[in-house]
Design a protein. Structure first.
Length: 139
C-alpha cells in the first residue's frame, strides 16, 4: 500500500474504507453472520461486522463470559483495539492503555462494544448444515 508522507498505514486504510460504495455497505448490512467462539478474536470479528451493519450472533460453548480470566497479555495495540470496538451512545468510548492488560479486561472491553444478546453461551456448534445455502443451519 502506498502511504502518503505524514500519514500512517492505519490512516490510509481508514481512507480506503471510507471510499466503500453504498452498494457494498448495503450488502454487508443484509448479512447474518454466525461467529463461533467468544474469545478475543471472536468478539473482535463480531464488533467489526456489527459496526459494518451485519446482524451478528456469537456462539460460545463455555457457560459464561471470560471477564474473570487473568492471563497477563503485556502490551497491545490500543489504537487498533479502539478502532475494532468503536463506540456508540449505548457503548461510549473508553481509553485503553497500551500495556498491563489481563485477558479478562480486554474481553470485557470487546464484550461491552456489542449489542445486548449478541453472544449466546453454552452453545456447542459442531457442524454447519447446508453452509452454501441462503439459510445454513448450525448444529
Amino acid at each position: 500500500m502506498n502511504v502518503p508522507h505524514g500519514h500512517s498505514a492505519t490512516h490510509a486504510e481508514d481512507a480506503r474504507l471510507k471510499k466503500m460504495t453504498f452498494n457494498s455497505m448495503a450488502h454487508v448490512s443484509a448479512l447474518r453472520v454466525a461467529v463461533v467462539g467468544a474469545s478475543l478474536g471472536g468478539l473482535s470479528a463480531a464488533n467489526v461486522l456489527n459496526r459494518l451493519g451485519a446482524k451478528v450472533t456469537v456462539f460460545e460453548c463455555f457457560p459464561s463470559g471470560f471477564h474473570e480470566r487473568g492471563g497477563a497479555l503485556g502490551s497491545v495495540d490500543a489504537r487498533l483495539l479502539e478502532k475494532i470496538r468503536g463506540h456508540t451512545a449505548s457503548s461510549p468510548a473508553r481509553h485503553v492503555a497500551s500495556h498491563g492488560h489481563f485477558y479478562g479486561d480486554l474481553w470485557q472491553y470487546l464484550w461491552d462494544g456489542l449489542p445486548e444478546n449478541t453472544v449466546h453461551f453454552g452453545v456447542d456448534v459442531v457442524e454447519i448444515v447446508d453452509a452454501t445455502s441462503d439459510v445454513p443451519t448450525l448444529v
